[in-house]
Structures are given as structure tokens and as C-alpha cells.
Design a protein around this ligand. Structure first.
Ligand SMILES: Cc1cc2nc3c(=O)[nH]c(=O)nc-3n(C[C@H](O)[C@H](O)[C@H](O)COP(=O)(O)OP(=O)(O)OC[C@H]3O[C@@H](n4cnc5c(N)ncnc54)[C@H](O)[C@@H]3O)c2cc1C
Length: 367
């Protein structure tokens, strides 16, 4: 089949990769460069981790996620996963760190529990007396998104796909399978897969009932000099406990250390708006991490990056079929880690027509 993929974030690139491997003729069309720094997949790194709450179902899917990444590393000839494990810190009974712990224990995935003193001795960036306990799992790490995108774009070109950068799609005729570009040119295919991330509602506003777009920001920081070596070897910090919805990625893959928080997430009706960081935004994000991070003001904010992404109300992933078009939104703020697996599943559904099965898998309702 002749297939057009709209959008070259991780969902689009992985879908194109898997479609090419299944023998399809693929064109992928991206409005910006690949990687696109304004896309959710265009930042330096994203976390992969087994931890999900008990009910989510996505914890089980991580096994397939790892398998799919391994298949991709084989094709790219190198791995872009830094498998440094993850750490959670609980500060209040029933906080998110505890929910993740319950999910790990229910799934039978081992964690290493540490009393506060032992945790501070091992990771001295934690503040003594500010938390109840910490736990570590080797089942996680950082995926190097920009290296993955560059590697996949090259792999696609080397394997016969057409890769178009700086080519914005302004309309999709789902019945005809015709895509119109901003310069007026049109392309036609047997199937069109739309993986447009936070921009999807510009092409398919009718999905606005199910998908909401948000703008958020994160801060890159330089840790205090005497803690640099500890951070270099530290796991990703998935949760800092209490009411702080925050995570940290240590320096990894040549990229700096990052603080991110859901507390700075605001609804937006347009993924292109408000993309300039606001004065003081980086320091405000950073300061959320104390407690349990000690000496927080010694972490120097070096860069603030904004991001746009889409969520469903129940934080699951979504597919919607209309005519020759399959629209896929695998985000809800946690989709990157499943990118390679999503690509394989979407390509499979294009081949066998089982979109119902794809939807169930995307919702983590089946394996
Ligand atoms: C701050 C932040 C932190 C996150 N942390 C994590 C994490 O730690 N772990 C994790 O698993 N997930 C995380 N996520 C979620 C993850 O980044 C996303 O789920 C994933 O990157 C979505 O990929 P995508 O390909 O669907 O969308 P995107 O990466 O947004 O890609 C969509 C692409 O389509 C292109 N496009 C859009 N419209 C058009 C058009 N009309 N024509 C042509 N091209 C178009 C865009 O330019 C873009 O390149 C995080 C998200 C954010 C914002």
C-alpha cells in the first residue's frame, strides 16, 4: 500500500518505520525539521519506567515497549536508551510515589526500598528529614529523543521512504486520501495516518470533544559542582512525593539535567501559542522540588523549554478512523516510552484492518 504519515514525532516516525518493514511505500510529512524542537518528541530526553498506578494497565505494556525499542535499536545499529533505572520518593501517605509502588508490587516487579538515611547516603542531593522513604527500580531510564528522531529519519531515507521536512499539511480529505500542503501541492495515498501531536485539532477539530491541548514548560539546570558526579550516576527521579507532580532527568546522552512538573500545565486552544518562556518560569518550576531536593537555589536554570501536548480525560491513548484516514494520539503526557510499540501496532492495524484491536491496546485494555 501507498501510505502518507502526517507528523514526524515519535508516533509518526515509528509508524513509518514499521510500515516500511512491512513492505509498504511510505511518505512522511513534517511541518518543521526532524526532530522538531516544538514537538512533544523534540526535547532531548523522555523517561521510560515500569511504574504506573495499579489500575492503569500501562505497566504491563512496558514489556512490549522495551521489546519494540530493542527491535528499533537493532535496525538503527545503536541503542538510544540510557537504562539508569528510576527513583521515587514518598513524602505523604497515599502520594503518587505510593501509587506507583502499589502498581510495581501488584505487577510483581521488584523495587529496592530505602530508609531516608540510606537514601540520603546514596543520593546526597536528597534533604535529610524531608521524606518517609525512597525506592529504586532498575526498570527505567532516559530515552534520547533527538538521537532517535535523527536515526529514524536517516533509516527511513536509507530504506526507500520519502521524508519531507518543512512541509506543513493544511488539509486532509479523508474520503479521497488526499493531503494538501501549505504550498498548495497535493499528495494522494491508499491510507493516511495522522500523528500530528498537539496540532491534530487544527486538521480534525471534531476530535476536540475527546482531546484537549495543554501548554507546559520545563527547566534545564546546572547542579551544584560538588553534586555533579552523584547526579551523573543517579537514576531518573520519577516522583518527588507529596503533592508535587514533578520529575527530574539527570544529565544523560550529552543533554543537561532537567526538572519538569505537571503543575505548570495550562489548557491552550492552539499548540503554537504562548511558546515563549515567561520571566522566572524556570526558577518557579525548580523551586517546586524542595523538599525533597536539598539546596534547591544552587541549581542554576540554564534554559526553559515550552511544550504542547494533548490529553484524553482519562489519560489514555486514542485512535480514530475516518475514511482512508487513521488518526492516532498516543500522548496524555506519557506516550513517548511506548513510541516504538505504538508504531508497530499502528502499522499492524493498517495491514489487518483491526482498528478496534488497536484502540483497545492503546487504552491498555489488552496485551
Ligand atoms: C513536558 C513533557 C514531558 C513528557 N515526559 C514524558 C516522559 O517522561 N515519558 C513519556 O513516555 N512521555 C512523556 N511525555 C509525552 C511524550 O512526549 C508524548 O506523548 C510524545 O512525544 C507524543 O509524540 P507524538 O508523535 O504523538 O507527538 P509530537 O511529538 O508532538 O509530534 C507531532 C509531530 O507532528 C508534526 N505536525 C503537526 N501538525 C502537522 C501538520 N499539519 N503538517 C505536518 N506536520 C505536522 C509536528 O510538528 C510534530 O513534529 C512528555 C510530554 C511533555 C510535553
Amino acid at each position: 500500500m501507498n501510505i502518507i504519515v502526517v507528523g514526524a514525532g515519535i508516533a509518526g516516525l515509528s509508524t513509518a518505520w514499521s510500515l516500511v518493514k512491512r513492505g509498504h511505500s511510505v511518505s512522511i510529512v513534517e511541518q518543521g525539521p526532524i526532530p522538531n524542537p516544538l514537538a512533544a518528541s523534540g526535547d532531548h530526553h523522555r523517561i521510560i519506567r515500569r511504574a504506573y498506578g495499579k489500575a492503569a494497565g500501562y505497566g504491563r505494556l512496558i514489556t512490549e515497549a522495551y521489546e519494540a525499542w530493542d527491535e528499533m535499536w537493532t535496525d538503527l545499529g545503536e541503542s538510544h536508551l540510557d537504562p539508569r533505572g528510576f527513583l521515587c520518593v514518598s513524602r505523604e501517605e497515599g502520594d503518587e510515589a505510593e501509587e506507583y509502588r502499589a502498581g510495581m508490587e501488584e505487577g510483581g516487579w521488584p523495587i529496592e526500598l530505602l530508609e531516608p538515611e540510606a537514601a540520603v547516603a546514596r543520593w546526597p542531593f536528597l534533604e535529610t528529614g524531608s521524606f518517609r522513604y525512597a525506592y529504586f527500580s532498575p526498570d527505567g531510564g532516559a530515552l534520547h529523543c533527538r538521537k532517535i528522531a535523527t536515526g529514524l529519519a536517516k533509516w527511513l531515507r536509507d530504506n526507500g521512504a520519502n521524508v519531507y521536512e518543512d512541509s506543513k499539511v493544511v488539509a486532509v480529505d479523508a474520503e479521497a486520501g488526499v493531503v494538501t500542503l501549505a504550498n498548495g501541492e497535493t499528495m494522494q495515498a491508499d491510507r493516511v495516518v495522522v500523528t500530528a501531536g498537539a496540532w491534530v485539532l487544527k486538521l480534525f477539530p471534531e476530535l476536540g470533544g475527546e482531546l484537549k491541548t495543554y501548554r507546559t514548560a520545563l527547566a534545564y539546570v546546572e547542579p551544584p559542582a560538588d553534586l555533579k558526579a552523584v547526579w551523573e550516576a543517579a537514576p531518573v527521579i520519577l516522583d518527588v512525593g507529596g503533592k508535587t507532580d514533578g520529575y527530574m532527568i539527570p544529565p544523560s546522552g550529552g543533554a543537561g539535567m532537567k526538572f519538569g512538573s505537571g503543575l505548570h500545565k495550562v489548557p491552550t486552544s492552539d499548540a503554537d501559542w504562548n511558546r515563549q518562556p515567561v520571566e522566572g518560569e524556570g526558577e518557579a518550576i525548580r523551586n517546586l522540588f524542595s523538599p525533597p531536593i536539598a539546596r534547591i537555589e544552587e541549581y542554576k536554570v540554564t534554559e526553559v523549554v515550552t511544550c504542547a501536548y494533548t490529553f484524553t480525560a482519562d489519560e489514555k491513548f486514542l485512535a480514530h478512523e475516518t475514511g482512508k484516514c487513521l488518526i492516532v494520539s498516543a500522548c496524555s503526557g506519557h506516550g513517548y516510552k511506548f513510541g516504538a510499540a505504538v508504531g508497530r501496532r499502528v502499522a499492524q492495524a493498517i495491514g489487518d484492518g483491526d482498528v478496534g484491536g488497536l484502540k483497545r491496546w492503546l487504552r491498555a485494555e489488552t496485551l
